[in-house]
Design a protein around this ligand. Structure first.
Ligand SMILES: Cc1ncc(C[n+]2csc(CCOP(=O)(O)OP(=O)(O)O)c2C)c(N)n1
Ligand SMILES: [Mg+2]
Length: 515
């Protein structure tokens, strides 16, 4: 067998069963090998941002890497923004990037580029495989690197001759080490803080936000009076009825500072110390009150669930006492489309097992309270701040969880970066409902302009913050990519559209007119 086949067999043997692709000439032997070997689902994206974002969504939902197939430096370059987001979210991904045949690189042909240089900032692990004989072992090492807790980006660069030359056969993936346990000393230190009676916040992100970790955190909060919050953005939060509800640190700096001001201690569980998205002339970068003591219970890659279980034991906190959310849907809203009526409609319609991918930007800042009592569901946020995240991540989540409903909540500006996701959703018949908040602007940037003190925007500035003239038509775009769409202008129409989207399977788009 050739190197490409040895790699595909290594990937499949190592549990990598999905490849999100956008190939070119240098990847043709890999494409042919994918054709030959059973056990790999190949999903084409029409832009590399779809490919990398879909791998992020898949990795978040399955906790195992998908592969991507990208075409040399420019293909990888097109995928960088969503690899950046995936890296911040600690999603596991194995990138396979094609390269010219090794003898051809010296000629500086049109597509020659510094692929390792492009890959390094968005990868935890990078290697160019030197020969067909090493490709399989390098592939196995890439899977191991991607799978290491909390999840990493591994990029394997594959010169075309390493794909077509004779190989020795597939390689086996080395054992993946379990998450490291937290030292007993740190558990005791956290217990002392929680027993002190001083106002304490437990700030969380990472695998602790799955049901079990939240129940333990809830038990500790109930026993000690500590408050719970998550970071502003999280890889995957399990919420809804029967789970311990948690709010997020707000985006707006003044609100974040206000939320955090009363705490003498912040106990970090996976989370970073809370910092603002941006630096502003007269606002703090660090959001906690001066003098707040920050203590780390668990690093993101450590076993935070085990740490909380041991902490709960030490404190005598019982899971049955955790403040589990009761099942409660808001009344069906009527009338105009407002931020609150949209939140209420979502709360009224979210089905059990829904996966919500949230790139709603300014529209969705208040979606949490009214959706908290909906049936159990997952909530995924962008952790890297690079927009164009939502529809690709929703695509990958739908491939990962075909029995679950995916709901992508997306600002109109964000949606335009990677709108081609709709085509992949149609081709693969994915059960994704995309809700576009069509306010005709980059609304958030109007707020940012004021926050940084840049003065009143004139015509030229406003033209960079608004996306009308011509007005976008998302229903037409969806139709052009094989996805049925509906435009709604009242909340009653939205209720109807969302209800029927939740009843039927397959991709849909709802354009919510907010302008
Ligand atoms: C790759 C990238 N380019 C530009 C930005 C800057 N940016 C942040 S939000 C935003 C506009 C978001 O608009 P939309 O999705 O319509 O949400 P709205 O603000 O209207 O709620 C832009 C351009 C970014 N974060 N990432
Ligand atoms: Mg907008």
């Amino acid at each position: 067998m050739n190197g490409a086949e040895s790699l595909v067999r290594t990937l499949v043997g190592g549990g990598v069963n999905v490849c999100f692709t956008n190939p070119g000439t240098s990847e043709m032997h890999f494409v042919a090998a994918l054709d030959k070997v059973d056990g790999m689902r190949c999903v084409l994206g029409l832009f590399e941002g779809i490919v990398t974002g879909a791998a992020d969504g898949y990795g978040r939902m399955t906790d195992k890497p998908a592969a991507t197939l990208l075409h040399l430096g420019p293909g990888l370059g097109n995928g960088i923004a969503n690899l950046h987001n995936a890296k911040k979210a600690a999603s596991p991904i194995v990138n396979i990037v094609g390269e010219h045949a090794s003898f051809h690189i010296k000629y500086d042909a049109p597509l020659t580029a510094d692929i390792e240089g492009i890959a390094r900032p968005v990868s935890h692990w990078v290697k160019t495989s030197p020969s067909a004989k090493t490709v399989a072992a390098d592939g196995a090492a890439a899977i191991a690197a991607a799978s290491a807790a909390p999840g990493q980006i591994a990029t394997l660069i594959l010169p075309a001759d390493t794909a077509w030359n004779e190989a020795d056969g597939p390689a086996t993936v080395p054992a993946i080490p379990a998450r490291a346990k937290v030292d007993e000393a740190r558990i005791r230190e956290a217990a002392d803080i929680l027993k002190s009676g001083k106002p304490t916040l437990i700030l969380m992100t990472g695998h602790v936000l799955l049901e079990k970790g939240l129940a333990l955190a809830g038990a500790i909060a109930a026993k000690t009076g500590a408050k719970l919050l998550t970071q502003l953005s999280n890889k995957r939060l399990e919420r809804g009825a029967g789970r311990v509800p948690v709010l997020r640190v707000p985006y707006v700096v003044d609100m974040a500072v206000d939320t955090l001001k009363g705490f003498q201690n912040i106990l970090l569980v996976g989370a970073k110390p809370p910092v603002s998205f941006f630096g502003y002339p007269d606002k703090p970068s660090e959001q906690q009150a001066p003098g707040t003591i920050m203590t780390r219970l668990a690093e993101l890659e450590e076993d935070a669930v085990d740490a909380l279980a041991r902490l709960a034991d030490l404190l005598g906190a019982k899971e049955k006492d955790a403040p589990f959310q009761e099942a409660k849907r808001p009344p069906m809203p009527t009338g105009a489309i407002t931020l609150d009526s949209l939140a209420a409609s979502l709360g009224a319609h979210l089905p059990e097992g829904a996966i919500v991918v949230d790139e709603s930007v300014t529209t969705g800042r208040g979606f949490f309270p009214l959706t908290a009592g909906a049936p159990p569901h997952d909530w995924l946020n962008n952790m890297g701040g690079s927009i164009g995240f939502g529809t690709p991540v929703g695509t990958g989540a739908a491939i990962a969880c075909p029995a679950r409903k995916v709901i992508c909540l997306v600002g109109d500006g964000s949606a335009m970066y990677t709108i081609q996701s709709l085509w992949t959703q149609a081709r693969e018949n994915l059960d994704v409902t995309t809700v576009i908040f069509a306010n005709g602007t980059y609304q958030i940037l109007k707020g940012e302009l004021a926050q940084v003190g840049a003065g009143n925007p004139g015509r030229k500035a406003m033209d960079m913050l608004e996306i009308g003239r011509p007005d976008l038509n998302f229903v037409d775009m969806a139709r052009g990519m094989g996805v049925p769409g509906r435009r709604v202008s009242t909340i009653d129409e939205f209720n109807k559209a969302l209800q029927s989207a939740m009843r039927e399977s397959g991709p849909k788009l709802i354009e919510v007119m907010m302008r």
